[in-house]
Design a protein around this ligand. Structure first.
Ligand SMILES: [Zn+2]
Length: 180
């Protein structure tokens, strides 16, 4: 299919809550999934990172995630359950701003319940890397960007820099590390 443009931090569409997918919508999804695949792999080729993508990152505002690590997994209408009390602190990045890293807290484990392209329900237990990855992607469906997860003081410190960044849209040489 096609490599699509990834919306960048500051785009108001990234802050919208994505709509649930109905069974009738399924027939429209294969081309979107193909585009998510192509876009993810192109990003990985360019930046050497990127394991999953939310459909809203390419402007498709429905509750759909695509992950490709060893094999493709499509998550339709995912929900996160059994979030562990134990938290982990991780460096978080995002394809909507490839050169920005922030430290965030995530649940060390959780369960994701979702439907596949046949609308069949599945659950998957997630630990560590996968747990934090899918918490990040899930946030996109609710219009939450990682930058909103950092504490208000740090966000204030970053704000000036972020405004500059969103003004110039994208400057891939720009890298900010928020140290603990
Ligand atoms: Zn992201």
């Amino acid at each position: 299919m096609a490599v699509r443009e990834i919306l960048l931090l500051g785009n108001p569409k990234l802050y919208e809550v994505s709509e649930a997918i109905k069974e009738d919508d399924l027939r429209d999804l294969p081309p979107v999934v193909a585009d998510l695949h192509d876009t993810l792999l192109e990003f990985r080729r360019k930046y050497g990172a990127g394991r999953a993508i939310a459909a809203c990152q390419i402007g498709f505002a429905k509750r759909l995630l695509y992950m490709f690590i060893d094999s493709p997994v499509v998550f339709i209408n995912p929900s996160l359950e059994n979030r562990s009390e134990e938290m982990i602190e991780v460096w978080d990045d995002c394809m909507c701003f490839p050169d920005l890293l922030v430290k965030v807290m995530r649940h060390k484990s959780c369960t994701i319940r979702f439907r596949d392209l046949s609308f069949k329900e599945h659950t998957m237990k997630l630990e560590d890397d996968l747990s934090e990855l899918l918490q990040h992607e899930y946030d996109h469906l609710d219009g939450i960007m990682f930058i909103d997860k950092i504490n208000p003081l740090r966000r204030k410190l970053l704000k000036g820099k972020l405004n500059d960044i969103s003004k110039c849209k994208v400057d891939v040489s720009y890298k900010i590390k928020v140290l603990k």
